[in-house]
Write a protein that binds this ligand. Structure first.
Ligand SMILES: [Zn+2]
Length: 266
């Protein structure tokens, strides 16, 4: 007979595995819903009506067509009814959501922090992908997001830090928009406010610096590859969202690294 500790640890492994599995399934379903938001919000469509349908042949989609990842794999990326290719964005957003949720859950377990992290990362995903596909960051995602960030900060960074982060970050972009006469769009300004509301003032400053760096590197890359001229407009939302995701997961590490570099310089 096995010693009791051993049985205990096997039991724990089993319940942990089950919990991760449940989180993953939940995340895939949320990812599937985020795909609906990404398609419908920039087009001004209702997110409830009509029900899910193929965007090419308009055929109503059944549950068997809507299982996250599995339907896409089973149908080999094509509509069951008209055979049109389904965008790879659908499975990618579902996988990304699952990775984010599992990562947040591993760090914080079943807690309010986990719920808040999942909400923030979901909103960032919708904003970034909508901006990449349509050049629009929908108000219907950023405005409720700002309010949610301010309220939820009561349980994390505190309302004062949240409000300051939101005002400072969006204020900085409003200033940039005035100086560059419209170089920074309203969608970017609201997204910056949302990020500040969730990360607070220190996080917002980090996101500001990192997104500018990432955007700059990308613009340089496009210029060198002659894919863009000095006048080409680049959607900035994805860089903001990417930087905010990095800061959400690695704020402490980034701050330590920054001070390490400063220390080396002197
Ligand atoms: Zn179809």
């Amino acid at each position: 007979m096995k010693p009791p500790e051993k049985r205990e640890s096997v039991y724990n492994m089993f319940t942990d595995a089950l919990l991760y599995f449940i989180v993953m399934i939940f995340a895939l379903l949320i990812g599937s819903f985020l795909n609906v938001l990404i398609f419908r919000l920039p087009r001004g469509e209702s997110i409830i009506r009509p029900g899910s349908h193929c965007t090419s042949c308009n055929h109503k989609l059944m549950t068997k067509d809507l299982l996250p990842l599995f339907s896409y794999a089973w149908l080999r990326g094509r509509c069951r009814y008209c055979g049109v290719r389904i965008s790879r964005r659908y499975p990618l957003v579902e996988i990304l959501t699952a990775v984010f949720f599992l990562r947040v859950f591993l760090e914080n377990g079943l807690s309010l922090e986990t719920a808040i992290g999942c909400i923030f990362l979901s909103v960032l995903t919708v904003a970034a992908v909508s901006d990449m596909e349509k050049g629009i960051i929908p108000d219907l995602i950023t405005c409720p997001g700002i309010i949610a960030g301010l309220f939820l900060s009561y349980f994390t960074i505190g309302i004062k830090s949240s409000l300051m982060g939101a005002l400072a970050f969006s204020g900085l972009y409003i200033l940039a928009a005035v100086i560059s006469r419209g170089g920074m769009g309203g969608g970017d300004i609201k997204l910056a406010g949302l990020i500040g509301a969730f990360t607070g003032i220190q996080g917002a400053l980090l996101v500001f610096a990192i997104s500018a760096l990432l955007g700059g590197i990308w613009a340089l890359f496009l210029l060198l590859r002659r894919k863009a001229g000095p006048e080409t407009e680049i959607s900035f939302g994805p860089f903001l969202a990417l930087a905010a995701t990095m800061v959400w997961f690695y704020e402490q590490e980034i701050v330590s690294f920054y001070w390490y570099i400063i220390g080396q310089a002197y």
